[in-house]
Design a protein around this ligand. Structure first.
Ligand code: UGA
Length: 440
């Protein structure tokens, strides 16, 4: 049983803390936010994440997991400290490292025995070396330590599953022995483990997120072309995905990427390249295409309903993706803002995102279910592909709506079926409405 301290109880920190405790380690999770820690001590999760509450409860009950706001308490006797604090975007798109800096300083001030400091936060290439310097300069007396980069690849909404079934573990350090000790912690996960140098590990994280974002912008560009040429992007991506060199993932055209990771990480990587005089041409195009997705959907809504003045537009789905309550950079909120600016009224329904959204945008009228939303609206706009929206009684929705118009930013229905039901159905990149696909 190893003793692990985790700094930061956001998505990455809390899931890692619960996950490593579940693997049999003794974990103390620390955050400087007292409200979050007090909540966690009472079993209140600061985020919605399927399976997290049960996992936290189970490990707290077996005394493998506990919470604190005290660095001294968390670090005492720890073999490893994982830094999992936020790295938001700074003014020019660069990652803001103030939380990493203060975590490193605080750890340095209280450590009283050799320690392996593992960085899980997404940080610019070179940050590991900088963290080592901060620790060296902040220690009251020199105590040996090593810094290991261990980027996190889990997705919100399936974070527990991803933690327990990673595609790989990437570790980077100048100290191979320290990296190998961190590797031992990951052995029960039975995934490939790669050990490289610090900067390369840091770069693997950015390159992976930027590549996935590139796939999304690529398929969105193809969707635009499909619309113009009368092809169906959903079938195009299915057809492409059968090629093992391409694969089926991250080829869903729609509203583009949102959330707290891709937008910030692509920007930060472009910023790092710019700073070194390497013009990031693909990354720039990826961001431009993504920025345009929301404007294009609003144009589509206008195509469906005409002038917004006096219309009520019902938004189905507010979170940036399903199975999370996260509203950071959520396309739905941006789209709602544009509709309101255009003179429309906006109503919305989301299975878990409404309390948060009501705080951010009180001008949106929240309703209790999709049918109440249809009843209140001139047209429906799908912004998040929650499973429950795929099973709606569409006949009932049609009867309730003032006009049978659905603008689908996530392509969850089949155009020919919607046409048969009598809807005006405007989806993304689905130029071919000629009939049922042969094997559909
Ligand atoms: C992403 C990565 O997938 C994780 O591997 C990574 O660890 C995480 O960022 C991070 O850096 O912390 P996440 O932001 O939770 O995870 O969500 P994704 O499932 O990757 O979706 C990101 C965005 O892309 C969402 O807005 C989603 O709607 C959009 N997306 C995804 C598409 O528009 N099309 C797709 O085909 C896939």
């Amino acid at each position: 049983m190893k003793h692990i301290a985790v700094v930061g109880v956001g998505y990455v920190g809390l899931v890692s803390a619960a996950g490593f405790a579940d693997l049999g380690n003794r974990v103390i999770a620390l955050d400087i936010n007292e409200e979050r820690i007090n909540g966690l001590k009472k079993g209140i999760m600061p985020i919605y994440e399927p399976g997290l509450e049960e996992m936290v409860e189970r490990n707290v009950a077996s005394e493998r997991l506990s919470f604190t706001t005290s660095y001294a308490e968390a670090i005492m006797g720890a073999d490893f400290v994982f830094i999992a604090v936020g790295t938001p975007s700074g003014v020019d798109g660069e990652a803001d490292l103030k939380y990493v800096k203060s975590a490193a300083e605080s750890v340095a001030q209280v450590m009283d025995a050799p320690l392996i400091i593992v960085n899980k936060s997404t940080v610019p290439v070179g940050t590991g070396d900088w963290v080592a310097e901060i620790i060296r300069n902040s220690q009251p007396k020199p105590i040996p330590f090593s810094v290991v980069s261990c980027p996190e690849f889990l997705r919100e909404g399936s974070a527990i599953l991803d933690f327990m079934n990673p595609a790989r573990t990437v570790l980077g350090s100048q100290d191979y022995e320290a990296a190998d000790k961190v590797a031992q912690l990951h052995l029960p996960l039975r995934a490939p483990i790669m050990i490289t140098n610090l900067r390369t590990a840091e770069m693997v994280k950015y390159a992976s997120n930027a590549f996935l974002a590139t796939r999304i912008s690529f398929i969105n560009e193809i969707a635009n072309i499909c619309e113009a040429l009368g092809a169906d992007v959903k079938e195009v991506s299915t057809g492409m995905g059968y090629d093992a060199r391409i694969g089926p993932y991250f080829l869903d055209a729609g509203l583009g990427y949102g959330g707290s990771c891709f937008p910030k990480d692509v920007k930060a990587l472009a910023h790092m390249a710019d700073e070194k005089g390497r013009h990031p041409q693909i990354l720039q195009a990826v961001m431009d295409i993504n920025d345009d997705r929301r404007r294009l959907l609003v144009e589509k809504i206008r195509e469906g309903v005409g002038d917004f003045e006096g219309k009520v537009i019902g938004i189905l789905g507010l979170t940036f993706k399903p199975n999370t309550d996260d509203l950071r950079d959520a396309p739905a909120l941006d789209i709602a803002k544009r509709l309101l600016e255009g003179g429309a009224k906006v109503s919305a329904y989301d299975p878990v995102g409404m309390p948060g959204a009501a705080k951010l945008m009180p001008e949106i009228d929240m309703v209790e279910d999709p049918y109440a939303l249809a009843e209140a609206s001139d047209a429906l706009v799908i912004c998040t592909e929650w499973n429950e929206f795929k099973q709606l009684d569409l006949q009932r929705i049609k009867d309730l709506l003032r006009n049978p118009i659905i603008i689908d930013g996530r392509n969850i229905y089949e155009p020919h079926e919607m046409a048969q039901l009598g809807f005006t159905y405007l989806a993304v990149g689905r130029g071919y409405h000629g009939g049922k696909p042969i094997n559909g």
